[in-house]
Design a protein around this ligand. Structure first.
Ligand code: AMP
Ligand code: GLY
Length: 430
């Protein structure tokens, strides 16, 4: 039976979701705050609207007769878009506002882990009084991560001993007017992501992915939404063991068990430490860029996952091709602090060759596609090994050129991956 599926969101992640539904029995419709040309070409209808307004989304869902909705970005979950869709009889694959707090409220997230004995939780304290937080920094024996409780697009966290000193951390707390922050134990190791498809109390996990949050090569510069990511032809990454991956999956399992009615993607961000994986955070949706590593290798029909979730059935076992992926975002020059929009995008789906092109924040005009002030587009190589996938992404980036753009060319390259392996070996004292 054909299903009318509404996709909400217009970034690279949502372009990857659209592609995953392209060859299925779904009639795809999409809405977003920006017009994503890649999604618009795939979808039967695309509406630009205020997507944090649940009523506007419901109106469009009803107009197109949607039976299922897939919600991409966290801000829409926080705005209650899933609640409104469900009330209107459209099945939302994405948690309701209350359960999305696992991502949207970092104090809730840590308290939830503590109360439910979910393993991997760092020591933490929550503060409403910013001076008390500064005193805690002075008294604490060790480094802390400073985390505003609300959504900051991954850019609000400051880690003492990494990006800032204790003095700079306190100045940051005093200068920002956050109402509430979490201070937590700084975790040391290598980060990785495991995303799970969740519904009806069940979950299915995808291979691990490593994102690169720092803006510049060599992991320098400010944090971004993510500059690119890679995955290997197996579930784990070159610096981890199978056991590390399995331990992360068991943390996800404990989390899903403690969440009553969660549905959608549960994204676990882990730090692989000398004592195993610990939880950096949970997100209530696919990662962006990580969706672009995961969905191209998903061989199971994503629509079958969505309909099983909606119909209260057991989720299908997921098959992933044993292929490595490397994803590199092209971002506007100056991103994320002083981005300069307006460069013409020189690569398209055809000239990208063997790479997959995913559009993100771009502006389609009569004479072409132009960058805006956020991440512009991503190129993804899929191959038998990480180096081969990296080369495919780089070949397409060469077509795109450098004019007005910045790319982290080091992502997926042998040097950087070896540094990750050496870092873990060093921490483990090997
Ligand atoms: P988040 O917004 O929670 O993903 O945090 C952004 C980034 O800050 C993470 O990807 C980590 O690199 C870093 N981070 C967050 N929490 C911690 C922590 N407890 N220890 C070390 N780094 C952290
Ligand atoms: N790649 C990080 C995120 O989607 O939050």
């Amino acid at each position: 039976m054909r299903e009318n599926v509404l996709l909400i969101g217009g970034g690279g992640r949502e372009h990857a979701i659209a592609r995953a539904l392209e060859d299925s029995e779904a009639d795809l419709y999409a809405c977003a705050g920006n017009r994503n040309p890649g999604i618009a070409r795939i979808a039967s209808g695309f509406e630009t609207l205020e997507t944090t307004d649940p009523a506007a989304v419901v109106d469009y869902a009803e107009d197109v007769g949607a039976t299922i909705a897939v919600i991409g970005p966290e801000a829409y979950l926080e705005a209650g878009v899933a609640d409104a869709l469900e009330a209107a009889g459209v099945y939302p694959f994405g948690p309701k506002e209350a359960e999305a707090r696992i991502e949207t409220d970092k104090a809730f997230q840590r308290e939830f882990m503590q109360e439910n004995d979910v393993p991997g939780c760092p020591d933490f304290e929550t503060f409403d009084d910013m001076e008390a937080a500064c005193d805690f920094i002075d008294e604490y024996d060790g480094d802390l991560a400073i985390k505003p409780v609300g959504l900051t697009g991954g850019k609000g966290v400051k880690v003492i001993g990494d990006q800032v000193t204790a003095e700079e951390g306190k100045a940051y707390i005093r200068e920002s007017d956050y109402d509430r922050i979490v201070l937590e134990e700084r975790l040391i190791g290598e980060e990785f992501t495991v995303q799970a498809f969740v519904a009806n109390g069940e979950f299915r996990t995808a291979p691990a992915v490593q994102d690169h949050k720092r803006a510049y090569e060599g992991d320098e510069g400010p944090n971004t939404g993510g500059m690119g990511s890679y995955s290997d032809a197996s579930d784990e990454l070159p610096f981890m063991t199978e056991d590390d991956y399995d331990e992360a999956v068991s943390i996800i399992e404990a989390t899903v068990d403690a969440l009553e009615d969660y549905r959608g993607i549960l994204y676990g961000q882990f730090m692989l430490t000398t004592t195993g994986p610990r939880v950096v955070e949970f997100n209530a949706r696919f990662g962006d860029p990580e969706a672009m590593n995961t969905l191209p290798v998903l061989e199971t029909d994503f629509l079958d996952v969505l309909t099983a979730a909606r119909d209260g059935e057991s989720l299908p076992d997921l098959e992933f091709a044993s292929r490595a992926t490397v994803c590199k975002y092209a971002v506007p020059e100056g991103y994320p602090t002083d981005p300069e929009a307006g460069a013409k995008v020189q690569v398209d789906e055809e000239s990208a060759g063997d790479a997959l092109l995913y559009y993100a924040s771009v502006d389609e005009r009569d004479d072409g596609i132009y960058t805006t002030t956020s991440r512009s587009f991503a190129l993804v190589g899929v191959a038998d090994s990480i180096p081969a996938a990296e080369e495919i992404a780089e070949d397409a980036l060469a077509v795109a050129g450098e004019e007005g753009l910045r790319v982290r060319h080091d992502i997926g390259k042998a040097d950087l991956i070896q540094r990750r392996i050496d870092h873990m070996n060093e921490l483990r004292g090997e």
